[in-house]
Write a protein that binds this ligand. Structure first.
Ligand SMILES: Nc1ncnc2c1ncn2[C@@H]1O[C@H](COP(=O)(O)OP(=O)(O)OP(=O)(O)O)[C@@H](O)[C@H]1O
Ligand SMILES: [Mg+2]
Length: 257
């Protein structure tokens, strides 16, 4: 069997708006700093925001890829990728949400397969639905990062997900508690969460990481972790993102041994 070049990480959550997209972008920035070639696939098919957040107009999307294959117009994978910078590319979600329903899961799987042959790191941003599409993506990626906020409803959602994963003996997930999304919401302590979930919170972004200028980054199409001196100006978040990235890559080494 041909060894794949890269490895994939999917960000998933039990509810919407927990910070998946922002975290995906910040992780892409860290992987770039680690000199990895990154593809961000926006599999939030109805409301993806990766290309929008990075101010990148897209000519080709996941929908064009599927449609072109179906109609024998497909030539090469790179035609469908939008360049952000030297090391980060984007595979954009459909421009029109009505196109999402027309994309069969097999095309998403083809994109993932091809991406892992061409990139060191493939980051998959999703929406939070446990749809057939998302389930098959979760099944196919190498690692999953569940992102949660600190509130009772989200805890119940994540507990459900973790229970399902444990029943299926799927252990390729880590859990991130993101308190930066909503600094006033801190219902549980990490101790509470660990014992309720019966699973560890692996990564924690604290309320101190609430970025007042987040909207500015989005307006400018910038990635916070790629800003000059980010390692000192947002040192705590930067350290957490670096830990996630290095542990992910280390696991890659083990996998290829
Ligand atoms: N560290 C942060 N500081 C300030 N605002 C943040 C931070 N992280 C996330 N946000 C804000 O929280 C909101 C939700 O974030 P984001 O869009 O990344 O969540 P999501 O999980 O991708 O949502 P969806 O499920 O709708 O795709 C955004 O408006 C974003 O700017
Ligand atoms: Mg999102």
């Amino acid at each position: 069997m041909i060894k794949k070049r890269g490895k994939s990480l999917c960000l998933f959550s039990g509810k919407g708006g927990v910070g998946k997209t922002i975290i995906t972008l910040n992780l892409a920035g860290i992987f770039e700093i680690l000199a990895k070639k990154v593809l961000i696939i926006d599999m939030d098919l109805t409301s993806g925001q990766i290309a929008l957040a990075l101010n990148k107009p897209t000519s080709k999307t996941i929908y064009s890829f599927a449609d072109d294959i179906l109609n024998n117009r497909f030539e090469k994978f790179s035609d469908y990728v939008t360049r952000y910078d030297d090391l980060i590319d984007i595979f954009a979600c459909p421009k029109d949400p009505r196109q999402a329903a027309k994309i069969e899961t097999k095309y998403l799987e083809m994109i993932l397969d091809q991406a892992m042959n061409e990139y060191d790191v493939v980051l998959v941003d999703t929406n939070h639905n446990l749809s057939e599409t998302n389930l098959s993506i979760l099944d196919k990626v190498d690692e999953i990062l569940f992102v949660m906020n600190n509130d009772p409803l989200d805890l119940k959602n994540i507990k459900n997900l973790v229970t399902i994963f444990n029943q299926l003996n799927k252990t390729n997930y880590k859990i991130m508690l993101n308190d930066s999304r909503d600094p006033l919401k801190k219902y549980f302590t990490i101790y509470d969460l660990n014992s309720i979930l019966k699973s560890d919170i692996n990564y924690y972004i604290s309320d101190e990481s609430y970025l007042q200028n987040m909207d500015q980054f989005i307006m400018n199409g910038e990635i916070a972790t790629l800003q000059p001196k980010a390692a000192t100006t947002i040192s705590k978040d930067f350290a957490v993102y670096t830990k996630i990235a290095t542990e992910f890559l280390k696991k890659e080494d083990n996998k290829n041994e």
